[in-house]
Ligand binder design. Structure first.
Ligand code: NAD
Length: 295
């Protein structure tokens, strides 16, 4: 049993904290919102009245917050780095900008802590089921210390590299996903116009060079992949607003690093337009409707 502080018990953090409790760990939790903190307390966590109070006896700290500004605020500026126990392991699983991740890494190292950026993929379903993928950035020592804890919340735990590498892996993957999804949608839009049966396109492309995850696991037209959100009117799944957030992070990182990512930029604009039309809560494969000219 490990004493774990969990800060940010929202859509993702709530079920992740509950999986740590289920695994027999002692969890002390804090969130600014009582509505999302209460279910975790009911599941057996101790309630803290601030992030700093939550971490004071913790051996491991996990944060799951909306964005870089929240992560900086919680760790820096009289935050966790001044309040945590000496030797505690600090893990941030939020998806944030690389600059913030690296700034917190540097400050944590200066204060003598092992710190890991460990964003996840797998969504709320993966958080509930404990099957998330963790992409980790930090030292070998931080990674090996974190592994036994992360394994209670995820199925695949990958050491991507040094400080910020977890965030880099996450935004590169999601930029590729957005581009491949738009490409898959365009292929089905064109097939419809050409009178090609959707199932036939699926059968051929899924075993040909057009094969990709957006097609074979997450097909944006209903029918070929029964578990895909397209079969339930694009409800649930991976919300457009979250995809847009990751694409913005990818573009900011590309600009800072001087990388040319023209398709990533175009994907961001298309998802921004789809979100601006009021579809931020719709699964990201629903963009096929906009490409078809339905909205
Ligand atoms: P959420 O908004 O449901 O949860 C974030 C929580 O952080 C909120 O409950 C909020 O009250 C809390 N919070 C904010 N500032 C705080 C502070 N100073 N102290 C304590 N609590 C604070 O968001 P989420 O969907 O759980 O996502 C969390 C992170 O995971 C985000 O970075 C998101 O991009 C990433 N992510 C989400 C998904 C998903 O499907 N929801 C998938 C992968 C990654």
């Amino acid at each position: 049993m490990t004493n774990i502080a969990f800060i940010g018990t929202g859509n993702m953090g709530g079920p992740m904290a509950r999986n740590l409790l289920k695994a027999g760990h002692a969890v002390t939790a804090f969130d600014l919102s009582a509505a999302v903190l209460d279910p975790v307390i009911k599941a057996g966590a101790a309630k803290a009245s601030s992030a700093n109070e939550a971490v004071k006896n913790a051996d491991v700290v996990v944060t799951m917050l909306p964005a870089g500004t929240h992560v900086r605020a919680v760790y820096l500026e009289n935050g966790i780095l001044g309040a945590a126990k000496k030797g505690a392991l600090l893990i941030d699983s939020s998806t944030i900008d690389i600059d913030s991740a690296r700034a917190v890494h540097a400050a944590a190292e200066k204060a003598g802590f092992d710190f890991l950026d460990a964003p996840v993929s797998g969504g709320t379903g993966g958080a509930e089921a404990g099957t998330l993928t963790f992409m980790c950035g930090g030292s070998d020592r931080a990674f090996s210390r974190a592994q036994p804890v992360l394994e209670k919340m995820g199925r695949k735990i990958v050491h991507a590299g040094g400080a910020g590498a977890g965030q880099a892996a996450k935004i590169c993957n999601n930029m590729l996903l957005a581009i491949s999804m738009i490409g898959t949608c365009e292929a089905f839009v064109l097939a419809d116009k050409l009178g090609l049966d959707r199932q036939k396109l699926f059968d051929i492309a899924s075993t040909s060079s057009g094969q990709c995850w957006s097609l074979t696991t997450y097909c944006p037209v209903p029918g070929p992949v029964p578990t895909a959100p397209s079969n339930r009117d694009y409800a649930g799944g991976f919300a457009t607003a979250l995809m847009l957030k990751d694409l913005k992070l990818a573009q900011a990182a590309a600009q800072n690093a001087g990388a040319a990512t023209p398709l990533g930029a175009e994907a961001m604009q298309l998802y921004a337009l789809f979100a601006a039309k009021g579809h931020g809560n719709v699964d990201f494969s629903g963009i096929i409707r906009m490409l078809r000219g339905e909205m």
